[in-house]
Design a protein around this ligand. Structure first.
Ligand code: ADP
Length: 594
């Protein structure tokens, strides 16, 4: 309970923003409870005793003179067993629970703990009595789902000697270990930690990412790869496939834990995620995908300020799993909605607007968010590493890339997947431009890719890109003068590039098999596509007829390699051999006839 002199009074309510006086004992970013309804708010401006508070719930019916109760705590999340498979709103209130208690709409002022309090977890200790432990050391584990072993760590700012360690079934509030800290004080530890969302969780040091985060999406892995611990941005106009890509990554990216932040896109889209995700199966284990996923859902019908918080809630949970030594991937769809929330609050605070009305600190906030990604050496004495990869969708109005949110994002992320309306219009999916996108990780991942797939894949990928670029130049000539202006060799390049686009880059997210291709399958498919070009080119040099080469029936088999199941992918090199055979028999036939 608050002392009477701590309680502030509302002066003004403006949408999600409340101004209150008498808040002298609070600090910036403290959480407060607004009015007798105890709506959750956060102090985002403080001048003397006057606080500007963004309220995470609907402020309708709240007016001047009503009380504001300080909590003297920053906006924090609860971290511990119970996170995996949870569905939260922007301030980590469990959506399923809220729905159960209050119907499908969240009543205001509802307080439900983020982690279930009654549920017991089987805690298996990893340390012994008398052992010295330091921050980040793993005290024990809980098998939270079949896919995730939850590692209970010594919380930040603590080290000492284990004086008691338990084993068995406990709730997140029960003591599982007692540590005597360096001052000789005994500290009881539970399986739950709290962490303020706006402060990055600490680690020992960051390393440059080098390992590919395979996604099963061919245009991404082969041409514009992401790294474990890397950052990527997917801007694109409405309907170009941002959401589908984010879903594909959540399903197929080679990460152990997935955090999906759905931030205020149309409400029904988020509902799709909420319904679809729990039904999806993890490709590796066959278990429900939710068993390694945390969903943060903030639909556009939820208050604007909660969107602002949702990306922080998401990334803090992601960092916590990274700290356990996992490879974590966070998807945020869409960060434009987050930026718009910032703009709305900033407008109500009457701050000096920057570009397009966004606050001047927009770029700084976006940079701080992506900087929380990375490959890190975790705290703790076991030298484990964790990775946090962050992929943000941006939906600029009209798909305009000069939009301030796109520009601020591109300044910090290392991968740019450019979604293009004309590709989506032509039903080429994923509509990622193979010419305008980039990945600054291509050199970083080369070594690990060479080790697993061999140098040929890297060469093939370079050659495929070269053919696509040549196609682009030749297409210009064709547009101006017509196809007859091209030599047979040039026409073969156009054919090869078309095959790369249609047989390799095009990938249907909704086809049972085509939706995912392992790196190995990608390498085999690309090899077959390019083998046709190389052999056809030799045949052309030896005098073969271009039309005969173009019309070879075996090319249909190349086009269908995408539908070959992963388990049968050894069939692809055989098709490649059939290509070689078909072209050489064509040559023989022509030798006979000539
Ligand atoms: P955005 O989020 O950019 O508005 P969506 O992700 O909702 O766009 O995609 C719009 C539509 O495009 C989808 O409903 C789907 O029909 C189609 N689409 C996008 N990507 C793919 C894909 N990889 N495979 C098949 N269809 C796709």
């Amino acid at each position: 309970m608050n002392r009477a002199e701590d309680v502030g009074r509302i002066l003004k309510v403006s949408g999600p923003l409340v101004v209150a006086e008498g808040m002298g004992t609070s600090r910036m970013y403290d959480v407060v409870k607004v009015s007798e309804k105890r709506l959750i708010g956060e102090i985002i401006g403080l001048e003397g005793k006057r606080a500007s508070i963004q309220v995470y719930e609907d402020t309708g019916g709240i007016g001047p003179g009503e009380p504001v109760y300080p909590t003297h705590d920053p906006l924090s999340v609860e971290l511990g067993p119970g996170l995996v498979a949870a569905i939260y709103d922007g301030i980590q209130r469990p959506l399923s629970d809220i729905a159960a208690r209050t119907g499908s709409f969240i009543s205001r002022g509802v307080e439900i703990p983020a982690l279930p309090r009654e549920r017991r977890w089987n805690f298996v200790p990893q340390v012994k009595k008398g052992q010295k432990v330091t921050v980040g050391d793993i005290l024990g584990t809980v098998s939270e789902t079949v896919l995730i072993e939850h590692r209970i760590m010594v919380p930040p700012d603590l080290s000492g000697e284990i004086v008691e360690i338990k084993k068995g079934m406990f709730t997140v509030e029960d003591t599982v270990a007692v540590i005597k800290d360096k001052d000789g004080k005994k500290v009881n530890l539970t399986m739950m930690q709290r962490w303020p969302v706006r402060r990055p969780r600490p680690y020992k040091r960051k390393h440059a990412p080098y390992e590919i985060l395979s996604t099963g999406q061919r245009v991404i892995d082969t041409f514009y790869p992401l790294c474990k611990g890397g950052t990527a941005c997917v801007p694109g106009p409405f309907g170009s496939g941002k959401t589908v890509i984010q879903h594909q990554l959540a399903k197929w990216a080679d990460a152990e834990v997935i955090i999906y932040v759905g931030c205020g896109e149309r409400g029904n889209e988020m509902t799709d995620v909420l319904i679809e995700f729990p039904e999806l199966a993890d490709p590796k284990s066959g278990e429900p995908l939710m068993k390694r996923t945390v969903l943060i859902a903030n639909t556009s019908n939820m208050p604007v300020a909660a969107r602002e918080a949702s990306v922080y809630t998401g990334i803090t949970i992601a960092e916590y799993f990274r700290d356990m030594g996992y490879s974590v991937a966070l998807m945020a769809d869409s960060t434009s909605r987050w930026a718009e929330a910032m703009r709305e609050i900033s407008g109500r605070l009457e701050e000096m607007p920057g570009e397009e009305g966004y606050p001047a600190y927009l770029s700084a906030r976006i940079a701080e968010f992506y900087e929380r990604a990375g490959l890190v050496e975790c705290l703790g004495s076991d030298d484990r590493r964790g990775a946090l990869s962050v992929i943000g969708a941006v939906s600029p109005p009209g798909g305009d890339l000069s939009d301030p949110v796109v520009q601020a994002t591109l300044r910090v992320v290392k991968v740019f997947w450019s979604l293009e309306a004309n590709l989506a219009y032509a039903r080429h999916f994923p509509a990622i431009s193979w010419l305008r996108s980039y990945s600054l990780y291509t050199p970083s991942v080369a070594e690990s890719v060479r080790e697993t797939l061999g140098a040929k894949f890297l060469e093939d990928s370079k050659e495929a890109m070269r053919l696509l670029q040549e196609e682009d130049e030749l297409a210009e000539i064709v547009r101006l003068i017509g196809i007859d202006a091209l030599s047979p060799k040039e026409r073969l390049i156009m054919e090869a590039a078309r095959s790369i686009r249609e047989d390799f880059l095009h990938q249907n997210a909704f086809h049972e098999i085509d939706t995912y291709a392992s790196l190995d399958k990608q390498a085999k498919m690309l090899s077959a596509v390019l083998r046709y070009y190389r052999e056809a080119r030799k045949a052309l040099d030896a005098g073969a007829d271009l039309d005969d080469l173009i019309e070879l029936p075996v090319r249909e088999k190349i086009a269908r390699t995408r539908y070959i199941p992963e388990g049968d992918r050894e069939r692809i090199p055989k098709i490649e051999e059939e290509v070689v055979e078909a072209i050489s028999s064509l040559k023989r036939k022509e030798e006979v006839t000539s």
